[in-house]
Every structure is written in C-alpha cells, then in structure tokens.
Design a protein around this ligand. Structure first.
Ligand code: SIN
Length: 303
C-alpha cells in the first residue's frame, strides 16, 4: 500500500515529513516513554558544540502571547557524548531519520564537530545551526552574513559525506541572499527558521524576565513570517527546505509544504504538548481527503 505521507528529503526516504525541531525534544531518548518515537519522520537533536556547555543563567524562559522566549544558551553534553552515547542509544530504539544539530564558535569548530558526526553511522543528516541567538561570538553571527554562512558551509562540506542542511536565522533583512550563499557553497538543504530575537520585561521588578535580557521568540505567533521565508527560499533555491516556525496543527503542515517545505519541523508546540507530532500525523489523512490531496509529496511548493 502506498504511504501517502512519505516524502523524499534529498535522497533520504522519510515515512512522513514531521520532525521535532532541535531544542524541543532533547536527544529523543527523553521522550521515549511518552510517545512512540517511531511515528516520527525524523528527530533533530539538541544543538551540540565541541565542548559540553552548561548554558545561560536562569531564568531562561519567558511566556508570551502565542509563543515563548528561550535563552537556553546551547546547553549540551558536547560532540563526543553525542556521537558515542546519544545517537547510538537513539538508533537502538528509533528507525527514522536522525538529525545532528551542530553548533560552533568558529568555522574550525563547525568543521571539527561535523567531522566527528560524519564518523557516526547512527546520524543520517547534519543540520548546521548558524542561527542560535543566545550565545555570543558564534551561532547567529555566522547566519546573518552571506560570506560567513558560505564559509561555514564550505568547511563542513569538506569533512562529511552526509547531507548538510544549514539552519538559518530569521533575524536578517534578506533571507534569500543567505540561503543562496549556502546553496552556492554546496549545502544540500536549508532549515528555516530559527527563533526571532525577542524580550520581555517584568514590570514589577523593572527587570528583563530573562537573565540574559533577550532570547529567541518562537511559537504560533511566528508562523506567518516563517511561512513567508520558507516560500521565498524554496522558490529562489533548488535545494530542499525543512520548514520550521510556529507549526501547531495538521493544517500548518500542509501550508508549510504548499509554500515549498519538503519536511516540517515542530518546535515550541512540543514543549506545550509533547503529543503534538503524533496528533498532527493522526489528523493528516482526513485533512488530505478533504483537500483532495493524494500524497504529501505532490503538494510541495504548489503555491
Ligand atoms: C539555545 O540553546 O539557546 C537555543 C538553540 C537555538 O536557538 O539554536
């Protein structure tokens, strides 16, 4: 029987396009008792740096209308733990696409981390995070300037045979110029968008809510902006896009795919409802029937 939800992401078959976004699902293992991981098309793991990181001071989270701000600061156990413990442990229980989200503070660090991830047979795809707004001297600094984005892309492509997606920041005026620079430098795909730089103030304390003052805003409120950027990049580039930003419902998945996304990531909604992805997957077939969609692969970029 044909799987109507199946998609092909730059040569990697996925049973469906749904992927919990990096930072919203730990290393997958943490959610293994809560839901059947094997329902998910892929899992993007927590952003990983060369050294272990404790992350930013607390409070790191601020609630907002239709979203949230985080300033986690890339808390992670380091690349060696990812490749020797986390990814192998996830592979033992999960058959879908394992995506390593790789962060760094220099071009050399990105290349080192990707080289280590390349040697790990349990990782299927590298998502290079040049868009974290919560660290200084790395992350987003590489994703707001086409030349730097291209330099990271070139460096990581030299050290890996695995498909490389570059995860872009929406905190730019011209997202297409950054995406095209990555494509020209050899990227196999683009993930967009990461979070929008935001801020809340505790008016009783007259202090920022977040210890680091600002953080990344995500959730339902960003969906139309993320969708616009996915549309722009998908129509300007030939490489596939993983759409991300404010996806909450099966309808949002369809909209992202019509805008040009081949796979769809779910971030903040997982924190509100860990069952969000299975619930969307359950709702999709009936919604597709109503909309006259035979297979999801058919609607990618139809708008
Ligand atoms: C964080 O750890 O601060 C969030 C990761 C990201 O925004 O890329």
């Amino acid at each position: 029987m044909v799987n109507r939800l199946a998609v092909n992401l730059c040569g990697i078959p996925m049973q469906n396009p749904l992927v919990p976004a990096s930072g919203s699902f730990g290393f997958g293992l943490e959610l293994a008792d809560t839901l059947d991981l094997n329902l998910l098309g892929g899992i993007s793991l927590k952003g990983t740096t060369r050294e272990a990181r404790f992350g930013n001071p607390t409070p790191r989270i601020a609630e907002c209308t239709a979203g949230m701000i985080n300033s986690v600061g890339l808390q992670n156990p380091g690349i060696e733990v990812l490749v020797s413990e986390k990814a192998p442990a996830l592979r033992r229980i999960y058959r879908g696409v394992i995506i390593a989200n790789i962060s760094g503070y220099s071009v050399e660090e990105y290349a080192f981390n990707c080289g280590r991830a390349d040697a790990c047979p349990d990782i299927d795809l590298l998502e290079v995070n040049i868009s974290c707004p919560n660290v200084h001297g790395g992350g987003m600094a590489f994703g707001t300037e086409p030349k730097l984005a291209a330099a990271v892309t070139r460096a990581v492509k030299e050290v890996t045979e695995k498909p490389v997606f570059i995860k872009l920041s929406p905190n730019v005026t011209d997202i297409v110029s950054i995406a095209k620079a990555c494509e020209d430098a050899g990227a196999d795909g683009i993930t967009l968008v990461n979070t929008f730089l935001g801020m809340r103030i505790d008016i009783a304390r007259r202090q920022p809510v977040i210890a680091n003052k600002m953080g990344g805003f995500s959730g339902a409120a960003i969906f139309p902006i993320a969708l616009r950027m996915v549309y722009q990049v998908a129509h300007a580039c030939r490489i596939p896009v993983m759409g991300c930003g404010g996806v909450q419902r099966a309808e949002d998945v369809i909209e992202m795919m019509m805008a040009g996304a081949t796979a769809v990531q779910v971030g903040a909604e997982n924190l509100r409802n860990p069952m969000a992805c299975p619930e969307m997957l359950e709702a999709l077939p009936e919604l597709m029937d109503r909309l006259g969609i035979k297979c999801l692969q058919d609607i990618i970029g139809v708008v």
